[in-house]
Design a protein around this ligand. Structure first.
Ligand SMILES: [Zn+2]
Length: 67
């Protein structure tokens, strides 16, 4: 199970339950050939970030400032 190491990405977002949180998502590291990690990273990139406390899907703060 230690074949692919994960790296954790964090982003500021809003949890429905906790408000502003540092949302987390783990991606497979790219130290393996792209053939292996490419698709895995691609899938992971599509996955939402989650609240570190409750695991709920977090909406990221991507709105342009002043909109
Ligand atoms: Zn939460």
């Amino acid at each position: 199970m230690a074949m692919i190491e994960n790296e954790t990405r964090t982003r500021r977002g809003t949890c429905p339950a906790h408000g502003q949180v540092l949302a987390v998502k783990s991606l497979p590291k790219t130290k393996f050939p792209f053939l292996i990690t490419g698709p895995a990273r691609g899938l992971a990139a599509l996955r939402p970030y989650h609240c570190p406390e409750c695991g709920a899907k977090v909406s990221l703060d991507t709105q342009p400032a002043g909109a």
